[in-house]
Design a protein. Structure first.
Length: 420
């Protein structure tokens, strides 16, 4: 009988020793300047898992998240998921180095939002299982880096320390399958003289070839400026269509855009003006359904309607996987010219569409005329509304009639579409 307390004490000491050994393996600190990623396979300890060694052959990376797991083929195990907007499977991960210091305010909107979830699943009674998740938001220290793609693999390293009572820490090296996704990105500058209700960053492509596709991301501007992050809803990794993200900072309305998951081929990137009109609600839909087409929070009962102004347009050829295409966009109304289009034989409601030519003076994808509502006009009384365009060469089309028009800044050009 006397041996039971002794055995119990030994078990407790053994358990504590294993935790202490794991803690000694990697230094713990919430000061990221003191963290050095070791040149050893990723390991560490998490709450409830004193010896965490993830299966590095089963890494999972989704948009804005990276998960390490030791589940293997068992339903029991632990995983740690890091979420941050830089964790997007694009070629930009190459040679990326990032440091995350703890924030005094876990929910501050003045710092990039990042979080860590530590989850565990434990088999209970051989059948059911118990799950638990502990989350940390901005209050941890992390050092993350990626190397150069070689032989289809992207090396990476991470050192992360969590502020839990167990002082959870993981550190070491890992490899990812190199992202085979193409990226179009650039800076975006909206000067104060741009007094539009909204802008629309759109693109046209053929996915697959011969199947025109268009989408875009609206930017509410108005009198208060545009600040924040805006993202399309239709593009996603699930349907393998481009996903656009726009981030604007402060009242200067400067920021960047990222168009991810682009397939090789030609893409037309454009920036057009828009306005908001209140939408009519469909009585057949539930009241909580948005009535309009606006994708911006708080504007669900409005439609984003094109205005006849095109501030920027450029053709971009994505040539190969892992390509990086940088295209800055700076709006300048002084660079616009005006085009008046007359179509004597067109019925009211017919469309006049327009597309820019590339630097070689050709239209890379002629099958995408009139696909985007921001690149077409309606005819009324044989005329379309006057159109403001960035200076350059364009092809106008209506009723199968096509004309090349040279737009000059500060001047008005009139074109008539008739069969010769």
């Amino acid at each position: 009988m006397k041996m039971f307390p002794v055995i119990f004490t030994l078990l407790v000491v053994s358990g504590v020793t294993s935790v202490l050994q794991a803690q000694e393996k990697h230094f713990w600190s919430l000061d990221p300047t003191k963290l050095r990623i070791p040149d050893t396979p990723l390991s560490g300890h998490l709450h409830g898992c004193p010896d965490f060694k993830p299966d590095l052959s089963r890494l999972f990376m989704a948009s804005e998240s990276l998960t390490f797991s030791n589940y293997g083929t068992s339903r029991s195990g632990h995983n740690i998921t890091i979420r941050h907007r830089i964790l997007t499977p694009t070629p930009e991960l190459e040679n990326l180095k990032f440091t995350q210091p703890p924030s005094e305010n876990e929910t501050s909107f003045n710092v990039p939002q990042s979080s860590v979830d530590v989850s565990s699943d434990t088999i209970v009674g051989g059948r059911g299982h118990y799950s638990s998740t502990e989350s940390f938001r901005n209050n941890f220290a992390m050092v993350l880096e990626f190397g150069t793609i070689k032989d289809g693999k992207l090396p990476g390293g991470i050192y992360i320390c969590l502020p839990d009572p167990d002082k959870s820490v993981i550190a070491g090296r890992f490899e990812l399958i190199a992202p085979q996704l193409d990226l179009i990105k650039g800076t975006l500058s909206l000067p104060p003289v741009i007094n539009e209700a909204a802008l629309y960053l759109g693109w046209l492509a053929s996915y697959p070839p011969g199947s025109p596709f268009t989408d875009g991301c609206e930017i509410p501007v108005g009198k208060g400026g545009a600040v924040g992050s805006y993202q399309t809803m239709s593009g996603s990794a699930q349907n393998r269509l481009p996903l656009c993200r726009i981030t604007l900072t402060q009242q200067h309305r400067d920021g960047e855009f990222r168009l991810q998951e682009c397939k090789p081929g030609w893409h037309l990137l454009f920036l057009a003006a828009g306005t908001y009109e209140r939408a009519e609600r469909d009585p057949q839909k539930p009241a909580f359904f948005p009535a309009g087409n606006s994708k911006v929070y708080g504007r669900g009962d409005f439609n984003l309607v094109p205005e006849p102004r095109l501030y920027a347009a450029t053709w971009i050829e994505v040539k190969a996987a892992n390509s990086k295409n940088h295209h800055p966009i700076k709006l300048d109304p002084a660079e616009l010219g005006i085009v008046k289009v007359r179509v004597p034989n067109a019925r009211d409601g017919s469309y006049v569409s327009f597309l820019p030519l590339n630097h070689e003076g050709i239209l890379p994808l002629p099958d995408i005329h009139a696909v985007s509502p921001f690149l077409r006009l309606r005819v009324k009384n044989s005329m379309a509304d006057p159109l403001s365009l960035l200076a350059g060469s364009y092809e106008f089309s209506c009723l199968g009639i096509k004309r090349t028009v040279q737009v000059t800044k500060g001047t008005t050009t009139t074109v008539t579409l008739v069969r010769e």
